[in-house]
Design a protein around this ligand. Structure first.
Ligand code: ATP
Length: 227
């Protein structure tokens, strides 16, 4: 019988370039999760500030190809480009990283045009934190049932909704979510307990958090008519 090898949880190697509020928070979090993270900034004070929250901290100008090459940046699996104000530096850095063969380059965009350019030159993931957070907060403000909102594409989202008394005791079977609304209930959260892929007859209780995925129009319809 073939022996099954237990997959060891691997430590992954990350680098964060630009230690402003965004890059700094990514760096701290990766470090606190036990990953190896190299913190890079051209500003020496920033480098010193993040030394305790990184595996290595290094002062370097990331637009300088040779300095990224000599650090061995190609050996990092994920590199986060968190340079904001200097759009030119952010673009150049992303280009150098893709040229060096870094498999996953995540770049922070400052505005829509910056986002488009980063996409074009091969950034693997482009994030626009202020814009994304603004959208999420707008959804929270509009409806007190929407707890969180994640854009999956222009038309599809994943949202967390608070179950009201209107659905207390209802189940997937009685709600006809797929048939009537074309949406999918991924999980029911009850306090700290998370019921992923709930069965057709598992009851929803008032106050539960429903994690639902679907087309924005269908989600809105469900929220308005049912909850
Ligand atoms: P925040 O995340 O705080 O909103 P921001 O978008 O305003 O940041 P900046 O403050 O412009 O971004 O840049 C973040 C960091 O990136 C700064 O600490 C800056 O020193 C660093 N940085 C800018 N250009 C480079 C570069 N070429 N090489 C390395 N670090 C750089």
């Amino acid at each position: 019988m073939a022996k099954r090898h237990r997959k060891q949880k691997q430590k992954r190697q990350f680098a964060v370039i630009g230690l402003g509020r965004f890059g700094g928070s990514v760096c701290r979090e990766l470090h606190s999760m036990g990953h190896e993270v190299m913190a890079i900034d051209m500003n020496r004070e920033k480098v010193e500030e993040y030394r305790p929250f990184s595996t290595h901290a290094m002062q370097a100008d990331s637009t300088d190809e040779r300095s990224l090459h000599s650090i061995g940046i190609r050996n990092f699996e994920h590199v986060v480009v968190a340079i904001g104000d200097n759009i030119q530096a952010s673009i150049l850095t992303t280009l150098v990283l893709k040229d060096e063969g870094v498999p996953h380059v995540w770049a922070k965009a400052q505005n829509h045009y910056h986002q488009k350019v980063l996409d074009k030159i091969g950034a693997d993931v482009v994030v626009h934190p202020e814009f994304d957070m603004g959208k999420r907060i707008a959804h929270n403000i509009v409806s007190d049932k929407v707890i969180d909102f994640i854009d999956l594409s222009d038309d599809y989202s994943m949202i967390e909704l608070r179950a009201t008394s209107a659905v207390d005791g209802e189940t997937l079977n009685t709600l006809h979510l797929r048939a009537d609304y074309g949406i999918t209930l991924i999980a029911i959260k009850d306090g700290q307990h998370m019921n992923v892929s709930p069965g057709p007859d598992e009851p929803i209780r008032e106050g539960n958090i429903l994690l639902v995925i679907g087309h924005n129009n269908d989600l809105e319809r469900f929220e308005e008519k049912v909850l």
